[in-house]
Design a protein around this ligand. Structure first.
Ligand SMILES: Nc1ncnc2c1ncn2[C@@H]1O[C@H](COP(=O)(O)OP(=O)(O)OP(=O)(O)O)[C@@H](O)[C@H]1O
Ligand SMILES: [Mg+2]
Length: 235
């Protein structure tokens, strides 16, 4: 169980997160949504330890992880896919998947994971992680690395960004599969109705605060009624 208690974060006199309280259960699929700039990515970075909050605490399975480093959190089982994927000079896709799993993963297994995110494994496994890969390809590789790691808490920040409309439906299936497996807490930050509709619960952030949170059906009805989603299409 992951608990966020009274989390606040301010930068340049701007309140970015204001007293966030959340309890995220094991084996549940959560979607965090909300307008641009509402603090979603900041909250994800705080959970991962990329940013330390000004006040409040994060408790993971009873352990206070508020001041732990990213590496220490990763060892406890937290994994993260960035909104804008990172590239590493000299590192191949296969290297990344090996690092992600923390073990000597075979090429066949690595190829299976790449196929899951819709990449032709043969073409990509030995490619270097650099700008020669398209935005959508990098995004898929990043998602593959989280799937490979299989963390107890996985956080995906706008996995739909940069993924074409045709592949988007396929991507939703991957998340559905992750959700169905129920082998940990999954948190997906998304603006897409298709992804929101496969969650167990939805958290709506607005101006750094939780405006509403609850089970998917009620939340999705309220959100759709307020007309603030991008619909089922991809942008
Ligand atoms: N280090 C920082 N210094 C100043 N402002 C920041 C900093 N980090 C984030 N912000 C601001 O905090 C607000 C929340 O940013 P955040 O990236 O968390 O939004 P978001 O909900 O993920 O938005 P989007 O949907 O566009 O991805 C934004 O207004 C952003 O400009
Ligand atoms: Mg964001």
């Amino acid at each position: 169980m992951l608990e966020l208690k009274n989390i606040s974060f301010k930068r340049d006199n701007k309140i970015i997160l204001n007293n966030i309280n959340l309890t995220l259960d094991d084996d549940k699929f959560y979607c965090i949504t909300g307008p641009n700039g509402s603090g979603k990515s900041t909250l994800a970075k705080i959970i991962m330890g990329l940013i330390i909050p000004d006040s409040g605490s994060i408790i993971y399975n009873g352990i206070d992880i508020t001041n732990l480093t990213v590496d220490e959190r990763a060892k406890l089982g937290l994994g993260f896919a960035f909104q804008n994927p990172v590239t590493f000079k000299g590192l191949t896709v296969y290297d990344l998947l090996k690092i992600a799993t923390g073990s000597e993963v075979g090429k066949k297994e690595a190829c299976d994971i790449l196929s899951k995110v819709g990449l032709c494994a043969k073409e990509y496994i030995d490619r270097e992680l650099n700008n020669s890969l398209s935005g959508g390809e990098l995004k898929r590789i990043e998602i593959a690395s989280v799937i490979a790691r299989c963390p107890s808490v996985s956080i995906f920040d706008e996995p739909e960004a940069g993924i074409d409309l045709w592949s988007f439906k396929y991507l939703t299936e991957i998340f559905k599969e992750i959700g169905l497996k129920k082998n940990g807490t999954t948190i997906v930050i998304s603006h897409q109705e298709r992804i929101l509709s496969i969650a167990d619960a939805i958290i709506l952030l607005e101006a750094g605060q939780i405006k509403e949170a609850g089970n998917k059906d009620t939340m999705l009805n309220n959100i759709l009624a307020s007309d603030c989603l991008k619909g089922g299409t991809h942008e």
